[in-house]
Structures are given as C-alpha cells and as structure tokens.
Design a binder for this molecule. Structure first.
Ligand SMILES: Nc1ncnc2c1ncn2[C@@H]1O[C@H](COP(=O)(O)OP(=O)(O)O)[C@@H](O)[C@H]1O
Ligand SMILES: [Mg+2]
Length: 247
C-alpha cells in the first residue's frame, strides 16, 4: 500500500532567537487524519516546533511544507487558505488584550468568511462558545477572565472557522475536570471526523490514549519518534517517554 503523503512536513528545520539556537535539524511528518503528540521536558522546544509547523514562526534553516509545497513561498491566497485550514490553541491562550471576547471570536470569521452576515457570525460564535461550555459575558476583555476561561475562549477561537488541522499547546492545563472532559471530547470528535491533530501534553495517559504517533523533543532536537503501537508494546520506550516528560 502507498504511504500517505504528509500533510505538513518539517525538513531539517532550525530556529534561533536572540542568537540562541532554540531548535535544530527538526525533520518530522504530520500525516492527514492522524494525531501526533509532542512530548518532552519543559524548555525542550515543543512550543517552538508546534509554531513552526503552524507557520506562526518562520524557520531560519530548512523548510516547512504543506501538501508538498514550501509554505515560505506561498502566495497571499495560498497563505490565507492555509490559515483557514489550520488553527492554534496557544499555551498562554494569547487572547487580544484590548478587544472583547466577541470581537476576538469574530475576527477570524471576518477574515475567512467575508460574505457571512452579522447574524450568521453571531450564530457561529454562540455555537462554539456553548460547545466549549463558556457561559459568561462575551462583551468583556480577557483580563476579567480566569486562566481556565481564557483557555476556553482560545479553544473557541480555534474552532470558529472549523479547521482541518488543529494545533493544541497544553490546552487542558488550568481547566477544571468538567471543562477538561468537555474539550477532550470535542477533540476526540474532531479527530474521529478525519481531521489532523498536533498536540503538546505532559499527561502520559492522554498522550498514549489520543495520539497515533509520539515525538519526543528535548534540547531543541527530536530524541524519539514512535508510533502508538510501539509505545504500548514496548515498555522500555514507554518508560523513556514518560521519564522524559517529567523532567
Ligand atoms: N523568542 C525567544 N527568545 C528567546 N528564547 C526563546 C524564545 N522562544 C523560546 N525560547 C527558549 O527556547 C527554549 C524552548 O522553548 P519552548 O519551545 O517554549 O519549549 P517548551 O514548549 O518545550 O517548554 C526555552 O528555553 C525558551 O525559553
Ligand atoms: Mg511550551
């Protein structure tokens, strides 16, 4: 059987900031319809790799390819399509400090569905907000929200354009159990519909449950790349991954 083409591929990617090499020689493929976990110790470079794959950071070495095209060479139109297909939930939520939650949720719809009516936008926003279980006012700025509520709105913003590829950076942290269960079931449904998932987590059970592949990142490099079967079958591999996650 032919191997499926990678949807997103990082080829020998490196990224530096303030003269520090943050990640180096990262080569990894994200296959359509699969879930990939990025695991590893804090400060290892997971968030950087996720942002490079999502096109939010630009590598200074190597290439990030989407459907076999270098995203750095995208036209404006291709870039817009890529942005519409992908969505990121940031580790720190990264909401817009000087806009209301409603404005924050409305902006992606304005950009990607310019013909959508205000009423349709409102409907779509009510839908995602209710799906994530946020029940308070949307006419406030993020500073009034708890960290957990900010995570819910960050998640709702990611889902509002119904992306095909979702990047989740420690998205269950700071949530209470009920909210975490709710978001996890949304993510499971997203995956069961054939969408593609890349997520970062320190929770070994979640990683071994949800992912088809686990990539371990430490010291800015990939230190392991295993399938879920290998993780479950091989106690040594599981031990190494679990140990590396807790460092
Ligand atoms: N823009 C930046 N400028 C300087 N240092 C950075 C920058 N981005 C990340 N780093 C550093 O690079 C390392 C890896 O960061 P990150 O990718 O956030 O790791 P992780 O998500 O695995 O905790 C950390 O030590 C972090 O402080
Ligand atoms: Mg991080």
């Amino acid at each position: 059987m032919d191997k499926p083409l990678p949807l997103i591929e990082l080829c020998n990617v490196g990224f530096s900031a303030q003269e520090n090499r943050i990640v180096e020689d990262i080569s990894v493929k994200f296959t359509e319809g699969t879930a990939t976990a990025l695991a590893g110790p804090s400060g290892g470079g997971k968030s950087t790799v996720l942002k490079l794959a999502a096109g939010i950071l630009v590598p200074d070495r190597g290439e990030v390819r989407y459907r076999d095209q270098n995203i750095a060479a995208f036209t404006r139109g291709q870039n817009l399509d890529f942005r519409k297909e992908t969505a990121v939930v940031f580790q720190d939520s990264a909401l817009w400090a000087n806009q209301t939650l409603y404005q924050t949720l409305e902006l992606p719809l304005h950009i990607h569905y310019p013909l959508m009516s205000a009423k349709e936008r409102e409907q779509r926003i009510r839908e995602v907000v209710s799906a994530v279980g946020y029940r308070r006012d949307l006419a406030v700025r993020p500073a009034l929200l708890s960290m957990g509520e900010q995570k819910l709105i960050g998640f709702a913003r990611a889902m509002v354009c119904r992306p095909a590829i979702l990047f989740l950076d420690e998205w269950l942290e700071s949530l209470d159990d009920e909210a975490a269960r709710r978001l996890l079931s949304l993510v499971r449904r997203f995956k069961s519909e054939g969408s593609t998932l890349v997520f970062i987590s320190h929770d070994f059970d979640l990683v071994s449950n949800l992912s088809d592949r686990v990539i371990m990142i430490a010291g800015g490099k990939i230190s392991a790349n295993v399938t879920r079967e290998e993780l479950i079958r091989n106690k040594n591999v599981a031990g190494l991954i679990e140990e590396g996650m807790n460092e």
